[in-house]
Design a protein around this ligand. Structure first.
Ligand SMILES: [Ca+2]
Ligand SMILES: [Ca+2]
Ligand SMILES: [Ca+2]
Ligand SMILES: [Ca+2]
Length: 333
């Protein structure tokens, strides 16, 4: 697979590419506007502690309405996760906007977790799917089929993997542990034209590289394979937050910690180092889906982009999760 992929990759994308890559979208104003104020910015070390973020967010009563979700890493029984449907296997209609991958995409969110609760060891980085062996944070896998991706944490580092459309696999690994019980902003990006990948942590580029080509959105005519005690219809056609979607066993562990403010975009948002967001995002023209996780009760997880890609909290386990939490990356006043 590696040799085949290398043959199809564009040779002109090297380590310097991050500074020029997303400029291919320069004609799409929304992209550059989002980062224009932070172009080529370097985040001072004292700002990289995301817990120092100060945002003025309060509800109409003066109280704080912000919440996050606190997951427990159960990894069993289709619980302790948020599930966002990206396809209906009973028809061939296009999936909801959260079914990214047919265009460029950026997926970003905040997380907070400890190494004690996320014990996955280092994985091999390169032309493989070993991202699935970390504590899984974002799972858009398909069981034994192509066109999939996901993000995990392995030996403390963020790991981002993509499998193309019969064009091979690539796993990128970050460089710095995020498992210090502080909030961190993570952003992963993929360019549709050639599969180039980027991984940012707290606004710093930690890894990049040419990945497999092709459309990696969930196929509209996708048929979940018969690997889940029957067809994987309850796992494959979902983007799953904070769990290994197939509950495939302890060697594929789930994330244990807090998640907040998940945004999916159909563009490359970041072209260089950027200051971490200091407040929750607002929906814009390039937002595919946006989850503030501020509901605070119940199992509906609202997509702020017209709720076109709603999620559902699947609660349970011992201890049960995910719980609604008042811990967030932003400070209420
Ligand atoms: Ca490529
Ligand atoms: Ca379908
Ligand atoms: Ca689709
Ligand atoms: Ca929130």
């Amino acid at each position: 697979m590696a040799a085949a992929d290398a043959g199809q990759n564009q040779p002109d994308h090297d380590a310097a590419d991050v500074s020029t890559g997303p400029r291919r979208d320069a004609d799409r104003d929304e992209v550059s506007l989002d980062v224009s104020a932070v172009e080529d910015a370097v985040v001072p070390a004292d700002v990289r502690d995301a817990s120092a973020v100060d945002a003025l967010v309060s509800d109409a009563t003066g109280g704080c309405s912000m919440r996050s979700l606190r997951f427990r890493g159960s990894g069993v029984g289709d619980i302790d996760r948020v599930k966002i449907r990206v396809d209906d296997p009973s028809n061939t209609r296009p999936g909801p906007p959260a079914d990214v991958g047919a265009e460029d995409f950026t997926i970003e969110w905040w997380l907070r977790a400890t190494s004690a609760a996320n014990g996955a060891g280092a994985v091999r980085c390169g032309d493989n799917i070993d991202w699935i062996r970390g504590n899984i944070v974002i799972d858009r896998d398909r069981f034994s089929q192509d066109r999939k991706f996901g993000v995990s944490i392995a030996a403390g580092r963020v790991v981002f993997g993509v499998s193309g459309d019969r064009t091979g696999d690539r796993t990128l690994c970050g460089t710095r542990s995020v498992l210090d019980d502080r909030w961190h902003h993570v952003a992963v990006q993929r360019r549709r034209s050639d599969g180039f990948l980027w991984l940012f942590v707290d606004g710093q580029l930690e890894a990049q590289g040419d990945g497999p080509d092709g459309d990696v959105s969930y196929p509209d005519n996708g048929v979940p394979g018969n690997h889940c005690g029957g067809p994987c219809t309850n796992s494959d056609p979902f983007l799953v937050v904070a769990a290994e979607k197939h509950d495939a066993g302890r060697e594929y562990p789930s994330f244990n910690g807090w998640i907040d403010e998940l945004r999916l975009s159909r563009v490359l948002r970041y072209r260089a180092a950027f200051p971490v967001p200091i407040a929750p995002f607002a929906v814009d023209a390039e937002t595919a889906a946006l989850y503030h996780f501020d509901e605070g009760s119940g199992d509906d997880v609202v997509d702020s982009a017209a709720n076109a890609s709603p999620g559902v909290r699947r609660y349970g386990g011992t201890p049960p999760g995910p719980d609604w939490s008042m811990e967030t990356p932003f400070v209420c006043r």
